[in-house]
Design a protein around this ligand. Structure first.
Ligand code: MIC
Ligand code: SF4
Length: 645
């Protein structure tokens, strides 16, 4: 039996464990990326670990999320990150250079490598034939300190692409929306999605990157394309041809599961509020009102996509009821569309041009009007993420979105009455790396500068044998990390200050959560299916930990969040019998015992639940490998690693 691309790369990085499905595996890491909203914690953790220099071939620190400078908080974070990069040995990508995933694809990603990043859309790099995995910040800090990447070996699912897209109206965004329509937000859990088939060679690297980027919305560990002639062409155009190597699956490669997608039959699609998998054909929503259109994000702001948008806008005017924003994915994309004469059509049509950053995607400005309909080319449309709680956010391709900006209503681009030609990726990109700052050769010279909002990381004490806690919140399915720890312009600037940001935990769901947690002292949260889906933000574990949350009991917990809970000493428990979910309610008191006798693998723990005078028992499961068990016992990953180095 031959190997898939995934298995080939994993085999060449194997440091321990096994690549058999479901078993723990340890992998050597080649590259790490951080962004500012998660990165300040990473560098504070490195400091707490007391390491001298980053022990990885490449680490890049990007600034793209928190760029709205309405007080000293964000600029202070930028200076901290710049000085910490110099001190510890990372490349620093200055604010304005672009969104981490787009820039990393352009300038650093390379076939056959393993990249980890403290952002859930790190799998964008899979478009270049690399294994790129989103993890919590502390896992990145650990890798920078020389630890391997530890995973439970996922299944490898083949996504076989047949035929060819009906370009220019149908784009790679529609491909990933189709996968989401068919498999849903839990469809990729415990899986790596590997794209194969004749359709692969018809997609450029940026098109592939759109698909692997949004594999995160399926809950997949990562997604990957082979490294072929398209990959070579892209790297050559980036003046990095030397980093190309061919990596194709063996003819007889085996996969754990297969999904077939016929590209030829895909039509323009749209995800309705409030989930990326609420996907329907655009024609079903024809004629509905649009108030705002936002084009950009790490999913959809490559050169060819923005040039296509410009072609659609050429000679047109943005409809009077619509506000159109465009945020180019990177400085490179921006200078390319300026140089090639596309930019002027956007400006002339009335687009509002934003910085090359995440911007509206993370609620940093451009919140829609109240009750507004916002069409976005982004990857997430969770309720409230835009900054306006009752806004209706839809997700679609830049081509569809551009037509809607002009017509002022939802429509299928094929019905817009205007034809246009797709734009090819160039043979040569403008390469100008002047927004990167390379680290000092030695760490001695650089002084790390911290503003007043940068506070030390709180730590949890060692695990005790028994814990008594109160249920303070009971939730339904698919709770996102945006629900747990909101983002947006008010909260994001507090990412380096855990005591301050903790006041916002679950604030969109229960405005009294903070007081309840403080009053309870030790508390428990009850979730249902896919608890903690979405972003990698470890603040969704770190801030609850600071408030005294000791355990989460759910029907299932999303991969990155589960790891973050363990990293901060919160027990990720699963109902043994999912029906027991109905029996747990807020205000019950729960006692758990036997935590000093945890074993590797499946632990069944019995809870004693008190409700008034009534008392009953309930079994829950803690499934941990040897390392996770030890991390929990130490009270988290930081004390665990500290003891080892
Ligand atoms: C997101 O898209 O939700 C973010 C903001 O990029 C997050 C990271 C964060 O919360 O800082 C992610 O996707 O991991
Ligand atoms: Fe930034 Fe949005 Fe991409 Fe997250 S999903 S990295 S916020 S552009």
């Amino acid at each position: 039996m031959g190997d898939s691309v995934t298995i080939k790369i994993l085999k060449s990085h194997l440091a321990g464990g096994s690549i058999r499905k479901g078993e723990p595996v340890s992998l050597k890491v080649d590259q790490a990326l951080t962004q500012d909203a998660t990165g300040t914690m990473v560098y504070l953790q490195l400091e707490a670990l007391g390491i001298e220099r980053i022990r990885l071939p490449l680490a890049v620190s990007y600034v793209d999320h928190n760029t709205l400078q309405t007080s000293c908080y964000n600029p202070d974070d930028h200076v901290f990150l710049q000085t910490a990069a110099a001190r510890y040995g990372a490349v620093f990508s200055r604010p304005g250079n672009g969104i981490c995933h787009q820039v990393h694809l352009e300038r650093f990603g390379a076939p056959g490598k393993i990249l980890i990043g403290s952002d859930s859309h790190t799998p964008t790099g899979g478009g270049l034939g690399m294994i790129a995995v989103g993890v919590g910040g502390l896992d990145v800090a650990a890798a920078m300190a020389g630890e391997d990447l530890h995973l439970t070996m996922p299944e490898v699912m083949e996504v076989c692409l047949k035929g060819k897209l009906q370009k220019p109206f149908v784009t790679s965004m529609d491909v990933i929306l189709e996968v989401l329509r068919r498999r849903g937000v839990k469809g990729g859990l415990g899986k790596i999605l590997e794209y194969t088939g004749e359709g692969v060679s018809t997609l450029t690297v940026p098109e592939r990157a759109t698909i692997t980027n949004m594999g995160a919305e399926l809950g997949a560990t990562t997604s990957i394309f082979p490294s072929d002639e398209q990959t070579k062409k892209f790297l050559k155009a980036q003046k990095r041809e030397g980093e190309w190597q061919e990596i194709l699956p063996d003819r007889d490669a085996s996969y754990d599961d297969v999904l077939e997608i016929d590209l030829t039959s895909i039509e323009p699609l749209i995800a309705k509020p409030f989930s990326p998998d609420a996907v329907v054909p655009l024609r079903e929503l024809h004629g509905q009102r649009v108030d705002q259109v936002c084009i950009g994000s790490c999913t959809n702001s490559s050169y060819a996509m923005l040039a296509a948008v410009a072609r659609i806008l050429k000679g047109e005017k943005v409809a009077e009821g619509v506000s159109l924003t465009v945020s180019p994915g990177s400085k490179q994309v921006l200078s390319m569309i300026v140089k090639d004469g596309y930019f002027i059509h956007m400006v002339d049509a009335g687009a509002r041009i934003l910085e090359s950053v995440c911007g509206p995607c993370i609620g940093m400005g451009q919140a829609p009007r109240s009750g507004g309909v916002s069409i976005r080319t982004f990857n997430r449309n969770f309720k409230g993420r835009s900054g306006t709680p009752d806004a209706q956010v839809y997700l679609c391709s830049p081509v569809s979105a551009a037509f809607m900006a002009v017509k002022g209503k939802i429509l299928d681009p094929r019905d817009a009455g205007k034809s246009f030609e797709a734009v090819a990726e160039p043979d040569e990109y403008v390469v100008n790396d002047n927004m990167f700052i390379l680290p000092e050769r030695s760490s001695g010279k650089a002084q790390v500068i911290k503003g007043p909002n940068i506070q030390p990381i709180p730590l949890r004490e060692e695990l005790k044998d028994s814990i008594e806690m109160e249920v303070i919140l009971k939730l339904g399915d698919n709770i996102t990390t945006d629900d747990i720890m909101p983002a947006g312009s008010k909260v994001l600037p507090l990412r380096s200050n855990i005591p301050a940001i903790s006041r916002f935990v679950f604030s969109g769901i229960d405005e009294h959560f903070f007081e309840k947690a403080k009053k309870a002292g030790a508390s428990l949260i009850v979730g249902a299916e896919n608890y903690g889906q979405g972003s990698s933000r470890e603040h969704a574990a770190l801030a609850p930990m600071h408030l005294g949350v000791r355990a989460v009991i759910a029907k299932s917990i999303a991969r990155i969040h589960r790891k973050n809970l363990i990293n901060y000493g919160i027990l990720p428990l699963l109902f043994k019998d999912k029906e027991d979910y109905k029996k747990l309610n807020a205000q019950q008191k729960v006692k758990i015992k036997g935590l000093k006798r945890l074993k590797e693998g499946l632990n069944t723990l019995t809870l004693t639940v008190h409700e008034g005078k009534r008392e009953f028992a309930m079994d829950v499961i803690l499934d941990v490998d040897a390392m996770e068990k030890s991390i929990l016992e130490h009270g988290g990953l930081l004390p665990y690693i500290k003891r080892r180095i």
